[in-house]
Design a protein around this ligand. Structure first.
Ligand SMILES: Cc1cc2nc3c(=O)[nH]c(=O)nc-3n(C[C@H](O)[C@H](O)[C@H](O)COP(=O)(O)OP(=O)(O)OC[C@H]3O[C@@H](n4cnc5c(N)ncnc54)[C@H](O)[C@@H]3O)c2cc1C
Length: 394
C-alpha cells in the first residue's frame, strides 16, 4: 500500500465537490478528490440542453476555483425575471411580478449550460496543482478522532477532514448515520432546450400553473439557434412521464399552450431529460471528521433554480472557515460550518416548498390571493430589492 498525507479528502466531483477541491487547492490546501465516474476532460461534448442558474454571488467562488475563466461557452446574463400565474392554454393573469436588474445594478446571475460547467471543472481538475484526482475510482473510508483513512485501490490517503460531496444518495452520509427527511412533491420536471423565434432579451420566466411551475431560462444562442432557452417543465408525475416520451409535435403543442405565443414559433433542440422532484434535508451537516456539502446535505424544489447555488454557497463558506485554521477537521470548526449554512439552507427549502404548494393549486380564492400578492409585491420596491438580493446570493 502506498501511503500519502493530504489535508482534505473530498468524495464526489460533481459541480459542488469539483469546485470545492479547486477552491481549497487555490487556498493552499492539499486535496484528494475521488469520483466513481470517469472525469475525462471533454473538449466539445454534445449539446445537452440543461442549464444551471448561477447567482451573481457565486461568481467570485467560481473565479477563485479557476472555473469561470475556463467556461467554454459564454454564460447568458439574467437581466430581468417575470413571475406570472395562469392556466394552461390561457394568457397569464395581468397581475404579475417583474424584477428588473437595474434596481440592483447588474445581472441577477447567469444561465450556464450544464456541459459548460462540466467541461470547465474537469479541465481545471486535471491541471490544478494541489488536487490529487482519482476517477473513476471507489473509496473506502475509516474515520477516527484525528482524521480519516481513504483507501483507493492500492493507495491509502490520511486526511484531517473528509467532505461528502457525493450527491443526494450520499453513501458517506448514510455510513455516518446522519438521518435525512424527504418531502416528496408528486411532481417531475421535463427539461430540454427550446429554440424560439423572438429573442428572450435576458428575461427568465417563472410561469406558475396548477400542475407546477413552467420555467424558461435564457441561454446564449448558437449560430444554428440564435434564440435559445432552457426549459424546466414541471407537472404532476403521471403527466410529466407522458410528456417525456411524447412525439415532438404534440409535445410542442403542450409547450405552446403554456407559452401562449410569448416567444413566437418554438422547436425543441436536443433531447429531453426528466427528474422526479423531492426536497430533502440532512439533520446534521457534520460528524466526526466529516462535513456534508451540496446535495449530500440538502435538496430543494428547482422552482427558483437555487439547488446548485446553495451548494456553491456551502463551498464558499467552508473554504473561508478552513482558511488559516490549523486543524481543518476539528469539531469546533465543523460546528461553525453547520451554524453558518444549515439555517440559511433550511429557510430556502421552506421558502421554495411554500411557493410550490401555494402556486400548485387551482382553488379560486387561493389563486386570487396569490395574484393580488404578486401585484402588491410588484409595487413594493424595497421588498422586491430584498427578494432580488436573496436570489443573487447576497
Ligand atoms: C430538475 C432539476 C433542475 C435543476 N435546476 C437547477 C438550476 O437551474 N440551478 C441550480 O442551481 N440547481 C439546479 N438543480 C439542482 C442541481 O442539479 C444540484 O443541486 C447539483 O447538481 C448538486 O451538485 P452536487 O455536486 O452536490 O451533486 P451531484 O451533481 O449529484 O454530484 C455528485 C457526484 O458524486 C459522485 N458520487 C456519488 N456517489 C459516489 C461514491 N460513492 N463514490 C464516489 N463518487 C460518488 C457522482 O458521480 C457525482 O459526480 C436542479 C435539479 C433538478 C432535479
Amino acid at each position: 500500500m502506498v501511503r500519502q498525507d493530504v489535508d482534505i479528502a473530498v468524495i464526489g466531483a460533481g459541480p459542488v465537490g469539483g469546485t470545492l477541491a479547486l477552491a481549497l487547492a487555490a487556498r493552499g490546501h492539499k486535496v484528494l478528490l475521488v469520483d466513481r465516474a470517469d472525469l475525462t476532460p471533454m473538449e466539445d461534448p454534445a449539446f445537452d440542453g440543461r442549464g444551471y442558474a448561477i447567482a451573481a454571488g457565486c461568481q467570485p467562488l467560481l473565479e477563485l476555483a479557476g472555473v469561470w475563466d475556463a467556461l467554454p461557452f459564454a454564460p447568458c446574463p439574467i437581466l430581468d425575471i417575470d413571475v406570472t400565474d395562469g392556466k394552461v392554454g390561457r394568457r397569464p393573469s395581468a397581475l404579475k411580478l417583474h424584477f428588473d436588474h437595474q434596481a440592483v445594478g447588474g445581472a441577477f446571475g447567469w444561465i450556464i449550460e450544464a456541459r459548460s460547467i462540466r467541461v470547465a471543472i474537469n479541465k481545471r481538475l486535471h491541471e490544478a496543482e494541489g488536487v490529487l484526482l482519482r476517477a473513476p475510482a471507489l473509496a473506502r473510508v475509516e474515520r477516527d478522532a484525528d482524521g480519516a483513512d481513504v483507501f483507493v485501490g492500492e493507495e491509502v490517503f490520511r486526511a484531517r477532514l473528509l467532505v461528502a460531496a457525493d450527491g443526494r444518495n450520499s453513501a458517506l452520509r448514510a455510513q455516518a448515520g446522519i438521518r435525512v427527511t424527504k418531502l416528496p412533491y408528486n411532481q417531475s420536471a421535463v427539461i430540454f432546450a427550446l429554440a424560439h423565434e423572438k429573442p428572450h432579451r435576458g428575461v427568465a420566466l417563472e410561469h406558475f400553473l396548477p400542475g407546477g411551475p413552467f420555467a424558461v431560462l435564457p441561454l446564449t444562442g448558437t449560430a444554428e439557434h440564435p434564440n435559445l432557452s432552457a426549459v424546466v417543465f414541471t407537472e404532476r408525475d403521471a403527466l410529466a412521464q407522458r410528456l417525456y416520451v411524447m412525439e415532438d409535435a404534440p409535445f410542442m403543442r403542450e409547450v405552446e399552450a403554456r407559452l401562449c405565443g410569448r416567444l413566437g414559433a418554438v422547436a425543441q433542440v436536443g433531447r429531453r431529460w426528466t427528474h422526479r422532484l423531492e426536497a430533502m434535508y440532512a439533520h446534521r451537516y457534520f460528524a466526526e471528521r466529516l462535513a456534508l456539502v451540496g446535495d449530500a446535505a440538502h435538496g430543494v424544489h428547482p422552482i427558483a433554480g437555487q439547488g446548485l447555488n446553495l451548494g456553491l454557497q456551502d463551498v464558499a463558506t467552508l473554504v473561508e472557515i478552513l482558511s488559516g485554521v490549523e486543524d481543518v477537521g476539528a469539531p469546533g470548526v465543523l460546528a461553525q460550518y453547520q451554524a453558518a449554512r444549515r439555517p440559511v439552507n433550511m429557510a430556502m427549502l421552506l421558502g421554495m416548498d411554500t411557493l410550490d404548494r401555494l402556486f400548485s393549486t387551482n382553488f379560486a380564492p387561493v389563486r386570487l390571493a396569490r395574484d393580488l400578492g404578486l401585484a402588491v409585491v410588484d409595487r413594493m420596491p424595497r421588498l422586491k430589492r430584498r427578494f432580488m438580493l436573496t436570489a443573487m446570493g447576497r
